[in-house]
Write a protein that binds this ligand. Sequence first.
Ligand SMILES: NC(=O)c1ccc[n+]([C@@H]2O[C@H](COP(=O)([O-])OP(=O)(O)OC[C@H]3O[C@@H](n4cnc5c(N)ncnc54)[C@H](OP(=O)(O)O)[C@@H]3O)[C@@H](O)[C@H]2O)c1
Length: 252
Amino acid sequence: MAKLPWQRVWIIGASTGIGFEIAKQLAAAGVEVAASARNVDHLAGLAHIHPFKLDVTNAASVAKTFQNIGDNLGPVDLVIGAAGKYKPVFSQELSLEDFRSTLDVNYMGVINMLDAVLPAFRARRSGHVAWIASVAGYLGLPKSAAYGPTKAALINLAEGLKPELEQFNITTSVINPGFVRTPMTDGNDFPMPFLMEPVEAARRTIEGLAKGKFEIAYPTRFVLILKTLRLLPNWAFFAITRRLIGPPASKP
Ligand SMILES: NC(=O)c1ccc[n+]([C@@H]2O[C@H](COP(=O)([O-])OP(=O)(O)OC[C@H]3O[C@@H](n4cnc5c(N)ncnc54)[C@H](OP(=O)(O)O)[C@@H]3O)[C@@H](O)[C@H]2O)c1
């Protein structure tokens, strides 16, 4: 891997899946990685990976962890919000708790991260903030009533913050993966077009971040299909997405 522009990176959601792969690849390139998630015991002892146990829904813990990382490892150059929760169910099967907890982890988790790091990044006028949204944030899809809106919000958040953060020399990136083979998608019982391996997803993410790209989206063909779908008039858009659901559920 070419020389990377960061000495220290903090990844929240680094225990499995895409976040874990990013951590491993950065560590292999000699970057010091602070790796956070609720379950981090298995990360102990890995070269250049420093586990910091954290529940991202607890804002005070996120701030404290950022402080601990600074005290123990030194200032962080890049933070990546990779924590996520996905429950693929129809709207009528969801509980309020599902909506709330998905929003808490996926969206408020990133807000908690930004709240912790931005004062320091602004003060020193440098830093890179990145988070994983999803191509599911481009458009509303059946079975995504809890998850999709949180990812749409994350894309909107990145678009809104980028110009403001630029004034402080802070880089903003939003990562929009298609389907990636991780514990999150392992239970999916529907076809996942263009399914990507996490090693490749992490490689593309790091490459895009190193270039300071705003949006890092993959796989390219899937991204183009979904972005085109979004441009269709509503009647055509819904004619397609209606086909993604079966007959009406018995429950109202
Ligand atoms: N896989 C895909 O197809 C796909 C596609 C588009 C976007 N994404 C997004 O990519 C990101 C990574 O997902 P993944 O596919 O790699 O799934 P994953 O393997 O399930 O990883 C999710 C990560 O989030 C952490 N996490 C969950 N709740 C947390 C909490 N309350 N506090 C701290 N960490 C928490 C998990 O660790 P602990 O359980 O140990 O806390 C784990 O490290 C997510 O934001 C996901 O929405 C995935």
